[in-house]
Design a protein around this ligand. Structure first.
Ligand SMILES: O=C(O)[C@@H](COP(=O)(O)O)O[C@H]1O[C@H](CO)[C@@H](O)[C@H](O)[C@H]1O
Length: 305
């Protein structure tokens, strides 16, 4: 899959009432509670967006295997998903392009794209750099299911699904901040990058971050519908920054961690609440803002008439 060119974060100003919408959302710590993975505080907004025909796209470092039951539970089986921080993109039939995609042979006819590099290469390079640089970390693939459960609070089935990586490897960093920068530079030489989630560091291909995947999906939307969507992105972690810089309207959800999340996006709202309550706060902020703007414009029109 060719690497998409960076789009500008700001679209030309089009009346939001006329422009189709697209919501792109992180999962852990955003749509899902960081600790319990509950999403019920966001359910009313999810239902409302579905009713309005606004696609809600999960953009997560979770795996494709983890997303199968989650998309069902969230009612998002008809929308695409971005998994493993952008290394895996899933397109349901309604998002496939007659000329560009072979019909999906997987579950529900979903077509899978792999914009990054293979997990085998990532694991081989991690082994090389650990020995050569004498650095300490533990890869998720080296952890037992019980250890993943202990670290994440996931149950056994979900912890097993989290270990089924295709294009990114989470790891626990157990060395100094200086060693981390040496490691980062070594990975860059291999065409790999490091990003940080709420719990783990993640290694994946240079072109496979959340921002690149979101830009690719926005282009796909535009190619299918003939109109560029107004995109709203929501996230709580450093691995969400590229996504929050690629969308028109961004929401930084207050994290359950001390990690800095400073995306360069002029249209940015920071929530007071954490997790799915913060998620609803962020969606309501942007929807309310556009509704108020439209109401004012309508009043203005009426005055002119
Ligand atoms: O690094 C982390 O904290 C999270 C981040 O996930 P998001 O990108 O916030 O959905 O992802 C890892 O841990 C999850 C459990 O908390 C696992 O479900 C994911 O597979 C793993 O990548």
């Amino acid at each position: 899959m060719p690497e998409p060119a960076r789009l500008s974060a700001s679209t030309p100003s089009v009346d939001p009432a006329l422009q189709p919408r697209l919501v792109l959302t992180d999962l852990d710590g955003s749509l899902l509670d960081h600790h319990s993975y509950d999403f019920s505080p966001a359910a009313p907004w999810l239902a409302r967006l579905k009713q309005m025909g606004v696609p809600v796209v999960p953009v997560t470092s979770k795996t494709r295997a983890e997303l199968i039951p989650l998309r069902e539970a969230l009612g998002l089986t008809a929308t695409p998903f971005i998994a493993e921080n952008g290394a895996v993109i899933g397109l349901p039939p309604g998002w496939c392009h007659a000329r560009l995609d072979r019909p999906g042979s997987g579950r529900d006819g979903v077509v899978i794209k792999h914009p990054g590099v293979d997990i085998g290469f990532i694991r081989a390079r991690l082994k090389v750099w650990r020995e050569r640089l004498d650095i300490r970390f533990t890869r998720m693939g080296e952890m037992s299911v019980a250890e993943v459960m202990e670290l994440t609070g996931l149950d056994a089935v979900r912890a097993r699904d989290a270990r089924q990586r295709e294009g990114s490897e989470p790891l626990l960093w157990e060395d100094s901040a200086v060693a981390l920068e040496t490691f980062r530079a070594a990975l860059e030489g291999d065409g790999l990058q490091l990003t940080q989630g709420g719990r783990f560091w993640h290694v994946m291909g240079r072109s496979a971050d959340k921002g690149n995947a979101v830009e690719w999906l926005v282009k796909r939307f535009t190619a299918l519908r003939g109109r560029m969507p107004l995109s709203l992105g929501l996230g709580d972690g450093p691995n969400d920054i590229t996504m929050l810089e690629a969308v028109d309207q961004a929401v930084v959800i207050r994290g359950c961690h001390d990690l800095a999340v400073e995306p360069r996006n002029a249209s940015l709202y920071r929530t007071d609440a954490t997790g799915p309550t913060g998620w609803s706060e962020g969606v309501a902020y942007w929807w309310g803002r556009d509704d108020r703007r439209l109401a004012t414009a309508e009043k203005g029109d009426a005055a002119v008439l």
